[in-house]
Design a protein around this ligand. Sequence first.
Ligand SMILES: Cc1cc2nc3c(=O)[nH]c(=O)nc-3n(C[C@H](O)[C@H](O)[C@H](O)COP(=O)(O)O)c2cc1C
Length: 210
Amino acid sequence: MKMKSFNTNGEFADNYKFLIGSILPRPIAVISTLNEDGTNNVAPFSFFTGVSAKPMIIAFCPLIRSSTGQMKDTPINIFREKEFVVNFVSEEIIDKINMTSTELPYGEDEFKLAGLNPLDSDVVKAKRILESKIHFECIYRDHLSYGDQPGCGQIITGEVVKIHISEELEEGGRISTDLFNPVGRGAGNDWILCKERIQKDRLMTAQIQK
Ligand SMILES: Cc1cc2nc3c(=O)[nH]c(=O)nc-3n(C[C@H](O)[C@H](O)[C@H](O)COP(=O)(O)O)c2cc1C
């Protein structure tokens, strides 16, 4: 196989396009937080993963804005309020969630812009998204920064203290992928639908040795 090779000490944009073109499909956390004046902020983040089951920890990575070199509103709010909500995306609400990624001036409410409805949380002050079928209420845990220049990333972790799952997603005590109808992020402006799947049993050591 003929391969092209690149060093990563060049431009942000070159690294970024290979990062988002390679790590996919990526899950999407739609993070809602409170602004300083008590209004709502919402934005999607696809540099997102689960970290620990108990304690239940998730991580996501807001980059320093490449356009302005500023910290995004979501981390600013989390460092002040110490809490946030992760809302999950199903196919039906892709367009509205995409709208929440609009870079509005600080303090302007992406719930309103996107036509999403805020729902009170049980533990944290940040609102949940009514139209989202799974919500994780999170308390801020850790922060690891890789710099403060445009395009630098950081890891923010949160402990999930309360989960809300729409009853319509449940099948036999688990979340049904079919009923959830989740989506992922691809390269560029791609969104990945999850309609086709295959199942593979995991072999145990004993089965391999037979
Ligand atoms: C599907 C999707 C995934 C995104 N993932 C990320 C991400 O992982 N990290 C990031 O810094 N920005 C990401 N963005 C861009 C942010 O959502 C965007 O910069 C947003 O304006 C940030 O909002 P805030 O300033 O309210 O935090 C993503 C955008 C979309 C549409």
